[in-house]
Design a protein around this ligand. Structure first.
Ligand SMILES: [Zn+2]
Ligand SMILES: [Zn+2]
Length: 143
């Protein structure tokens, strides 16, 4: 019981950390204005972690990072992760998600749901991880 309550929070913390790491990477890699340099055409998947909602949809990548930045808790003592607000249920339970690269599967899942010790893009449905696949291919090519 306790564990099942803790899990979504854990996932939230991991996912927000990943998202922030991604944001920092973006800010650093672009010498021409960070978020503003993201094309308006770029989108990413998001998924609602509210069990009663589970909405999944695509949002503009730029908007996603802007929302995330606006969402960062200004209080460094706060330990709660801040998710984005879901457009369907209006709850703060929206996380960055990925669409499974396996075309036979194609489910949308919350990034990092496999846990901190696994690839963030491991599909909870079919178990495929695109990062892992790319690494495997690279290893195979080197032999
Ligand atoms: Zn929702
Ligand atoms: Zn899958």
């Amino acid at each position: 019981m306790e564990d099942s309550k803790k899990k979504p929070v854990m996932i939230g913390v991991i996912v927000v950390c990943l998202a922030v790491a991604g944001l920092v990477t973006y800010m650093r890699s672009g010498d021409d204005g960070g978020i503003d340099s993201i094309s308006d055409d770029e989108t990413r998947w998001v998924k609602c972690n509210n069990p009663a909602c589970k909405a999944e949809y695509e949002v503009g990548l730029k908007k996603y990072f802007q929302d995330l930045q606006a969402n960062m808790n200004p209080n460094p003592m706060a330990t709660t992760a801040t998710a984005l607000t879901c457009k369907e249920c209006d709850k703060r339970s929206l996380y960055g998600a990925k669409k499974c690269a396996n075309t036979a599967c194609g489910v949308v899942f919350i990034e990092g749901i496999a846990g901190p010790d696994d690839h963030a893009d491991r599909c909870p449905d079919c178990g495929q991880s695109e990062i892992e696949e790319i690494r495997k291919r690279r290893l195979a090519g080197e032999q």
